[in-house]
Design a protein around this ligand. Sequence first.
Ligand SMILES: [Zn+2]
Length: 174
Amino acid sequence: MIDDGQRGQRRIDVDEALPSVEIPRRILNDLYAHAIETLPDECCGLIVGTDEDRFQRLVRCRNEMTMHHRQDPVEFPRDGSEAFYMNSLDYMMVQEEAEARGARVTAVYHSHVGVGAYLSGMDLAYAESASFPFPDADHIVVAVFDRKVDSVAFFRQDGEGQSFLGRTVVSSES
Ligand SMILES: [Zn+2]
């Protein structure tokens, strides 16, 4: 597969001209492990932190897109290998626990299987929909090819109502 079937739709790629984002190595290791374990489906989950320390903890969520696809293939034309839909109980529990500790969900992550690390038209539609639970969160996308992590990218909205900008990611030790 060379494409996610989103030809002609908008997508956001990494802008190599922008500075990289540093993400702690232990968070990236958790992310990569989740992406491999979830194959052939995409993984998804949340990063919890604060404005000062954005990447404190990674929490996995269940991707229930395959279930939605089976129940309503018109509304949900793709299954979990091509798209993600976070289980709402999972993300609500993460959100509650984070807020109880004075933290919040700073980023939402998911994987792509057999396509690159970009925000697809469908990712953007989900992130910008009224039902998306974390409109202020950043996005992290990890691309998996041949059961190996190929690349990872970080996306942040450039101000309210603005488009996302994509950056490369480097690991840090902290
Ligand atoms: Zn995606």
